[in-house]
Write a protein that binds this ligand. Structure first.
Ligand code: ADQ
Length: 465
């Protein structure tokens, strides 16, 4: 079996249950790498006065974790700048928040080159190389420039935007051209793949061949959708653990007699937290008989705090939650519990299980793993109801959730009412179908499908040649 060399912006090998800070990408990659015993390379999260390219390596659970420090200017321009102030908002349809600054683009290119130079010695001839996410789109081109001839795949964890939107990015053509240096490019959903292909046809004069490969810029690559999943069995086990049971007990005791609605999201404007609070306010207004018997728990660990838009959203959420609690609370009840911190996965699992409703309403989301975790944590005897935004990639698979338009307060408010009054047999029927999908399309299936397709690109190429 070939080794897997994974390259992503951040590297973190969380333990199965712990590691509170992890985002979706690192959870998924850690689960993927445990199996392949390969190498995981990325930024250490630390700064250095001058870039040296010196690697720090350690072995964790059979995986070689290799990291490099970056200069402050790199972090400003590449990470806070181009990745999180240009690409992230644009790819999540927030062109109003996108900053287009030349220095950001230059920093992005510089760090991709630095990453490729540093990672190069880690790659052996037989390795498969797998690059992740919007921080590192040009990485494949840089590795090729340094003579890496191995199969290289790229997976985008966030949405690929519509063609009209994407062309608002200065130098959009160069970015897409660099993607044609990969053997395989993967997206979360068929819709994102379709949007990418539309760009290729309209802007790059490219074509999709009969065998599904894509031809443009004088090169032919494979492009496919690989919906990511969670480690469903591990999560189910965690949900049955002692810590999860204790967390469940605490939740039940502190919300006695009330139905809990839970939201768990990084504090990010794309997650639709502001719209969700307003929709919940609408629900409280529309359903006065529910006052006192329902509680919305929002857990939102801070994220990307050096970016202005993230400070703004945090301030707005503070204001809304305070205002709504002020307007509706009584001396023994508050409608919202808003918690800005991280929890261990086992604690989260207990919280998910204690909640009658999982409220997952991003305005845009590549996939959304919280929706899948919520389902995996439920008790089969008394499962809760998932409310899911149609704009989460997960909605394409999780059709037994109550699918909502997160921009419509009425729509979300109606779905909350429906979820809270759904009888046990319907909850079970929906949950069983959802759970079957979460287990079938788990992170191992995602990893194995991608790796098999990447390996296969060379087999097919040889056959064609
Ligand atoms: P994220 O935007 O980070 O991921 P998501 O897929 O929902 O979003 O994953 C979040 C992860 O962080 C989940 O595993 C969740 O349990 C964890 N988490 C959230 N809040 C937490 C808290 N308070 N304490 C502890 N853990 C917490 C990106 C894309 C997504 C895509 C993933 C994977 O934006 O669309 O699904 O990558 O591809």
């Amino acid at each position: 079996m070939s080794r897997l060399v994974v390259i992503s912006n951040r590297v973190s090998m969380p333990t199965q249950a712990g590691a509170a800070t992890a985002g979706g990408l690192s959870m998924a990659l850690a689960a993927a790498l445990r199996e392949y015993k390969g190498v995981w390379f990325g930024w250490s999260g630390r700064t250095t006065p001058e870039f040296t390219g010196e690697l720090s390596t350690e072995m964790t659970e059979g995986v070689t974790v290799a990291t490099v420090d970056l200069e402050e200017q790199d972090i400003q321009e590449y990470y806070n700048g181009f990745a999180n102030e240009t690409l992230w908002p644009l790819f999540h349809y927030r062109i109003d928040l996108s900053a287009f600054e030349r220095a950001y683009g230059q920093g992005y290119e510089r760090v991709n080159t630095r990453f490729a130079e540093t990672a190069r010695p880690l790659i052996d001839d037989e390795d498969l190389v797998w690059v992740h996410d919007y921080h590192l789109i040009p990485m494949g081109r840089e590795l090729r420039r340094m003579g890496v001839a191995n199969p290289i795949g790229f997976f985008l964890h966030i949405p690929w935007p519509s063609h009209q939107l994407f062309t608002a990015l200065p130098r959009h053509r160069q970015l897409v051209e660099s993607m044609f240096q990969y053997d395989l490019v993967g997206f979360q959903t068929e819709d994102y793949l379709e949007a990418f292909l539309e760009y290729v046809r309209k802007e790059a004069d490219g074509e999709v061949l009969e065998d599904g490969r894509v031809r443009a810029f004088g090169r032919t690559i494979h492009a496919q959708a690989f919906p990511i999943g969670i480690d469903a069995d591990a999560f189910k086990q965690i949900a049955d653990s002692m810590t999860a049971a204790q967390s469940w007990d605490r939740m039940v005791a502190s919300t006695y007699g009330r139905s809990v609605i839970v939201g768990v999201d990084r504090l990010d404007y794309a997650k639709g937290l502001e719209e969700r609070l307003l929709a919940y306010e609408q629900f409280l207004t529309d359903n006065p008989e529910r006052l006192g018997s329902v509680e919305y728990l929002q857990i939102a660990p801070p994220s990307r705090e050096n970016v202005d838009a993230y400070q703004d959203i945090r301030a707005r959420l503070d204001a809304h939650s305070g205002r709504i609690n002020g307007a509706f609370s009584t001396i023994n009840w508050a409608p919202i519990r808003y918690v800005i911190r991280s929890y261990g996965r086992d604690e989260l699992a207990g919280v998910y299980r204690a909640a009658r409703v999982g409220l997952v309403t991003p305005l845009r989301d590549g996939m959304n793993l919280v929706a899948k975790e919520y389902v995996a944590a439920q008790s089969p005897r008394d499962p809760g109801v998932l409310i899911l935004s149609r704009f989460a990639g997960a909605a394409a698979q999780m059709t037994q959730a109550l699918i909502v338009n997160p921009y419509s307060r009425e729509d979300v408010s109606d779905a909350i009412r429906r979820a809270l009054s759904m009888d046990l047999s319907e909850r079970k029927r929906r949950w069983e179908i959802l759970m079957e999908g979460v287990q079938r399309n788990d992170v191992a299936a995602w990893r194995d499908d991608f790796v098999a397709a990447l390996r296969n690109t060379r087999v097919q190429t040889k056959a064609v040649a």
